[in-house]
Structures are given as structure tokens and as C-alpha cells.
Design a protein around this ligand. Structure first.
Ligand SMILES: Nc1ncnc2c1ncn2[C@@H]1O[C@H](COP(=O)(O)OP(=O)(O)OP(=O)(O)O)[C@@H](O)[C@H]1O
Length: 266
């Protein structure tokens, strides 16, 4: 499924990355990781192991304290590298006073895309997430799952190659979560995206990913990098398959092991 970019280099290359905050907390230590274009990678680990910090450094929202990150050959935050990245947060973070349409149009407006071209792209993004008929609605009129769909449409409207998702479905009921998992997989496949998906859930990571990066806390770091053998498409049959059960066991065991990796005095 994964393939290298045109230049043959990985899409994301992290080398010896540390992040230490001003208060002394080492959120990430010595993180090295390469991700090829087209991969679906989950960052899985206990609370505080640096998953969100790693994602924010990849997007350029946070700087690194040591080491290097390149995304498609560029340092995050340099030039217009950010426009190729879509970011979905745990909360939908929509503007409550604005319609669904206006919320999704915002990133284009910030890029200076005019209203005529903007309309086509916003409508396309809303159709992608099944909300074409809700353009005039306000966030308060939508369910949690629908708000998250708007948030995904807003991330996708700039047509990014890389989609970063930080526990996007953690607050949703199981049925909405299952449905949105399938929708994300379908977007990933049809648009040829690369996705990094942060989650606490073994089941979600195994259902979605081609690879699970397991992290441990204090200090936050990568302790396992597990390539999953289960092919795509992933669907209800995959959830019932021995392959899925076996992968869940492997990943659960790796996650349990993160408790043994806690370094004291950090
Ligand atoms: N701005 C900040 N200033 C100081 N410490 C921070 C800051 N942001 C995060 N941290 C600390 O860095 C560590 C990693 O946090 P991070 O949010 O990346 O973890 P996480 O794995 O995403 O956790 P969760 O699953 O709970 O969201 C934690 O100890 C956290 O308290």
C-alpha cells in the first residue's frame, strides 16, 4: 500500500527528535521515524506519552528542541509546507456563530481563495463527508458526529496530502465512531492520502492502520513500530477475522509493555 514519493524520500522523516517544554517536561525523547507516502499510521499509547506533541511538531505547530523533521523535504512551518497538511483535533473546534459552509470556507479564505472557486471546493468537501445538505446549518444544530465531519471537511478543503488526526472520534458513541472510521478509510483510499491517527484504542488503531507506532510515557518515546499484516479493504468481515483478533492481541501486548518502560525520575 505504501509507496515512496516521486523523489524516493519518505514523506515524513523524523530524526532524533526531542521536545522539552519550558517547565522542564520532556514530552518526546529521541523520536526517529520515517513514514512513506500512502501509509496509514496510528500513534498509540497511554496518556502523556507525547502523541499530540509529536503530531504538533510534524505539523509545525510546535518547534523541536533537538533533532530534525522533514515533511516532503521541507521543515514543518517553513514556506507553504503547512498548506499540504490537514489537521483534525479531538474537539471539532467550529466557530459557533458561523454556518457549516463558512466554517469549511475559512482555510480557503485565509489562503486568499475567492468566493467563486471557494464555493466549488467547499461543496466538494461537504459532499465528501456526506453533509452537502447542511451547508446553511449552524454547529449547534448538528450531532457530535456531524460536527466532526465538518471538521474533517474543513481539514480536507485545501486538498492536503497529509492528514493528521488527534483522537478525532474519542468523544463519540461507538456507532458514530465505527461509521467515521470507515469514512476516513474511504477518503484515505480514494484521495491517496497519508494519515497519522492518534488514538488510545487498540481496536481503532488495528482496524484503521497499516502500521501502529506504540509510545510510552515519562519520557514520551517510541517503543514499538508494528506493521500490520491485515490487508484492505477493512470492513465488518475484517473485524470478525482471526487476523484482526491476532493483530489486536499483538498490539495490546505491546501497549501493556509500555508500563514496564516507565523510566523513574522523569
Ligand atoms: N504546552 C505544554 N507545556 C508543558 N508541558 C506540556 C505541554 N503540552 C504537553 N505537555 C506535557 O507533555 C507530555 C506529553 O503530552 P501530550 O499531550 O503530547 O501527550 P499525549 O500522549 O497526547 O496525551 P493524551 O493521550 O492524554 O492526549 C505530558 O506530560 C504533558 O503534560
Amino acid at each position: 500500500m505504501a509507496h515512496t514519493s516521486e523523489t524516493g524520500t519518505p514523506l515524513i522523516d523524523m530524526r532524533g527528535v526531542d521536545k522539552q517544554f519550558g517547565n522542564g517536561t520532556v514530552a518526546v525523547r529521541d523520536m526517529s521515524l520515517t513514514i512513506q507516502q500512502g501509509e496509514f499510521v496510528s500513534f498509540l499509547g497511554p496518556s502523556g506519552c507525547g502523541k499530540s506533541t509529536a503530531l504538533k511538531m510534524i505539523s509545525g505547530l510546535l518547534s523541536v528542541s533537538r533533532g530534525t523533521i522533514t515533511v516532503n523535504g521541507h521543515r514543518p512551518g517553513e514556506g507553504n509546507a503547512g498548506s499540504d497538511i490537514g489537521y483534525v483535533f479531538q474537539e471539532a473546534t467550529l466557530m459557533p456563530w458561523a454556518t457549516v459552509y463558512e466554517n469549511v470556507y475559512l482555510p480557503l479564505k485565509l489562503q486568499g481563495v475567492g468566493k467563486v472557486e471557494g464555493r466549488v471546493r467547499v461543496e466538494e468537501a461537504l459532499s465528501m463527508v456526506g453533509l452537502a445538505n447542511f451547508a446553511r446549518s449552524y454547529p449547534r444544530e448538528l450531532s457530535g458526529g456531524m460536527k466532526m465531519r465538518v471538521s474533517i471537511a474543513r481539514a480536507m478543503v485545501t486538498k492536503p496530502k497529509l492528514l493528521l488526526m488527534d483522537e478525532p472520534f474519542a468523544a463519540l458513541d461507538e456507532m458514530s465512531r465505527t461509521k467515521l472510521n470507515d469514512e476516513v478509510l474511504s477518503l484515505w483510499k480514494s484521495l491517496g492520502l497519508t494519515v497519522i491517527f492518534v488514538t488510545h484504542s487498540v481496536f481503532e488503531s488495528v482496524y484503521l492502520s497499516s502500521r501502529v507506532v506504540v509510545m510510552a510515557a515519562r519520557p514520551g518515546r517510541v517503543v514499538h513500530d508494528i506493521a500490520l499484516s491485515g490487508g484492505y479493504p477493512r470492513n465488518a468481515a475484517y473485524r470478525m477475522s482471526p487476523e484482526y483478533a491476532e493483530s489486536c492481541r499483538t498490539v495490546s501486548k505491546a501497549l501493556e509493555g509500555t508500563m514496564d518502560h516507565v523510566e523513574l525520575n522523569h
